[in-house]
Design a protein around this ligand. Structure first.
Ligand code: PNS
Length: 172
């Protein structure tokens, strides 16, 4: 039997997303993945047919700054299929957070598609922490655009920039 330890195996997880912008919920999943795997790559997937609120450069900068304190985290971006990226870096697992049951159908389909494209990488779901069950990047954008309090939703390091970029004039 081949023992992964004796082969010098290092487990590698990837945490993919659009991160438009990164939220406290993402950070929670990334931190927990970092406890489970030797290395974690947070990969921002670029979809050229989407029009994100934050540029790719801004989103990468936000990810880098908010994950800087986690030792086994690397940050990357990719244009293309997640399954191809996972195969390219020989990832052990794709880690996704699951918030509510409505996430499940979409995420389950994606997991099956990714597995059929790349059987070498498993998808693992981590249940969202209770504080972040309702949290999404789109909720951050919506609340922020109308001047609502996004401090509980967005990491401290990027809060002011996210607020400034999203906030529209009150009364509009
Ligand atoms: O943060 P999001 O928007 O929920 O992340 C979704 C993401 C980027 C992980 C997903 O859309 C994705 O993996 N996109 C890359 C293209 C791909 O591989 N699609 C799956 C095959 S249909």
């Amino acid at each position: 039997m081949v023992c992964r330890e004796t082969e010098g195996f290092m487990s590698l997880a990837i945490c993919p997303g659009s991160f438009d912008p990164i939220t406290r919920g993402h950070i929670d999943i990334i931190r927990r993945a970092a406890l489970l795997f030797d290395r974690v790559i947070v990969v921002m997937m670029i979809n050229p047919s989407k029009d994100p609120a934050f540029s790719a450069e801004e989103r990468m900068d936000f990810i880098r700054r908010t994950t800087a304190g986690i030792p086994n985290i690397e940050v990357d971006y990719y244009v293309g299929l997640l399954a191809d990226y996972a195969a390219k870096c020989k990832a052990t697992a794709i880690v996704k957070g699951l918030r509510v049951m409505s996430d499940f159908e979409y995420e389950f389909q994606m997991a099956l598609m990714n597995r059929s494209l790349n059987p070498g990488t498993e998808t693992i779901f981590l249940p969202a922490s209770i504080d972040y069950m309702f949290l999404s990047s789109s909720a951050v954008r919506e609340v922020g655009r109308y001047g609502g309090d996004i401090a509980p939703l967005v990491p401290d390091e990027i809060l002011d920039e996210v607020k400034q970029r999203l906030c529209v004039k009150k009364g509009l």
